[in-house]
Ligand binder design. Structure first.
Ligand code: NAD
Ligand code: MG
Length: 406
């Protein structure tokens, strides 16, 4: 398939999850290079007003809303403004947007397992996939990597740690292959907003406190994941699929400044690190432009303004999520589907004030113990396991869930 080269036609984009943190950062970079990129399709869940504003700005051919009511409102807004953008609704329309012939590259920026079918469709259709939606790999790693290979897709990580690891890989490296000469991967974690909090204080954590990340500005779900360290657990699994390694070869290190985004430790004693400000526009810009570098709007790193870089091991007693992710990988098959589904339900309940912060990992652990995990399957099979796990966890929540706070 053809992809834009310097001086050639623009790279034609579908941005899935355009109204989210990743989507908006993507469009920010894209707007800096109007001749290099053309926005063909934008998608969102139900924020029609926000998607409308993005349509006005980027003039896509297609706008998709997962929610049908929001799609109707978006259509009315577009027509009133005299814009010709076609509107489609529903999960199938997300898949269609990622599969279009006039799309070269897909930003997978939907949060959660909801992004899996469209991201998988991009793989099947041989697109450049800029992968932010880590849950897709946690739920369907084997199927997804096989589909990338069979579809001839180009898989580029957007998660900052995985972009860092990718950039530190040997020349010519392609995702999905085990890199040569590597001893281990160092996956850095900020430690989240509660890194220094004693265990007793964690019980009463509020959603607002959990979403106030010290270094990164992100969507609410990933912010809570960062606070529980489940984000690092999901990223550990993501790294295993992207780089063909096992969890034993991935060392998680807490680095509170979030300046080093991850490191590759080579057999000869070299450790290659990628550094930069904690701003997602850097890894997004690299995935858009790969293998070229281009301005992304990110300010240069001022080394003299740094007051040291610290490293410490993660505390799995206070933050058990990392252990749960390792256990789910070790259990194999669909255990990571259960891990992800339980986490999504638990985080949602926490954000709604129906679950205490410290009960998030408890609920996930209970789900891993009680939900049957079979062999990895096709998409329908995986989605069925996902739905079953969600139903069980909701059931469990209904019986024993507690409100946070007094
Ligand atoms: P967000 O909540 O800010 O945005 C999510 C986007 O997905 C929105 O556009 C929303 O409309 C859409 N969406 C949500 N549910 C949907 C559904 N059911 N169907 C269709 N669309 C739906 O999330 P985010 O922070 O941008 O994160 C997106 C993904 O990128 C996540 O997988 C996250 O882990 C990953 N990621 C994010 C960051 C970051 O800095 N935000 C960094 C690394 C990885
Ligand atoms: Mg990350």
């Amino acid at each position: 398939m053809s992809r834009a080269q310097p001086g050639q036609a623009p790279l034609r984009l579908a941005v899935l999850g355009a109204t989210g943190s990743i989507g908006l950062n993507t469009l920010d970079v894209v707007a800096r290079h109007p001749r290099r990129y053309q926005v063909v399709a934008l998608t969102a869940h139900r924020q029609d007003e926000r998607l409308f504003a993005l349509c006005q700005r980027h003039r896509p051919r297609l706008a998709v809303m997962a929610d049908a009511g929001a799609a109707a409102r978006l259509t009315a807004r577009l027509r009133a403004a005299g814009l010709a953008t076609e509107v489609a609704a529903g999960p199938e329309a997300l898949v269609a947007a990622a599969s279009r012939d006039d799309v070269d590259a897909v930003m997978a920026g939907i949060v959660g397992a909801a992004g899996l079918p469209a991201t998988l469709a991009a793989a099947r259709h041989g697109k450049r996939i800029m992968l932010a939606n880590k849950e897709a790999l946690v739920v369907a790693g084997r199927l997804f990597m096989a589909t990338v290979e069979a579809g001839g897709a180009e898989l580029l990580p957007v998660d900052s740690e995985h972009s860092a690891l990718f950039q530190c890989m040997p020349p010519g490296y392609r995702t999905g292959r085990r890199p040569e000469g590597v001893r281990r991967l160092w996956l850095t974690a900020s430690g989240g907003p509660f890194r220094t909090w004693p265990r007793e204080r964690l019980q009463g954590v509020t959603p607002e406190q959990a979403c106030a990340h010290p270094n990164w500005s992100m969507g609410r779900k990933i912010s809570v994941d960062s606070a529980t360290l489940m984000n690092k657990g999901l990223e550990l699994i993501e790294a295993c699929w992207l780089f063909g390694v096992t969890p034993d070869e991935v060392e998680v290190v807490v680095h509170p400044q979030s300046i080093i985004h991850s490191m590759v430790d080579y057999l000869d004693g070299s450790v290659l690190a990628q550094m930069g400000r904690p701003d997602m526009r850097t890894p997004i810009s690299l995935a858009l432009g790969w293998p070229r570098r281009q301005p992304s709007g990110v300010e240069p790193l001022d080394l003299y303004a740094l007051h040291g870089l610290d490293f410490e091991p993660p505390d799995v007693e206070r933050f058990p999520a990392l252990r749960l992710a390792r256990e789910a990988w070790a259990a194999g098959g669909t255990a990571t589907v259960v891990l992800n589904a339980a986490n999504e339900v638990a985080v949602e309940a926490f954000l709604d004030g129906r679950l205490a912060f410290t009960d998030i990992p408890r609920l996930i652990e209970a789900a891993l113990e009680t939900c049957p995990a079979g062999p990895a399957q096709d998409l329908d099979g995986l989605l069925a396991v996902d739905a079953e796990a969600r139903a069980r966890v909701r059931d469990h929540l209904g019986q024993g869930g507690r409100r946070h706070g007094p």
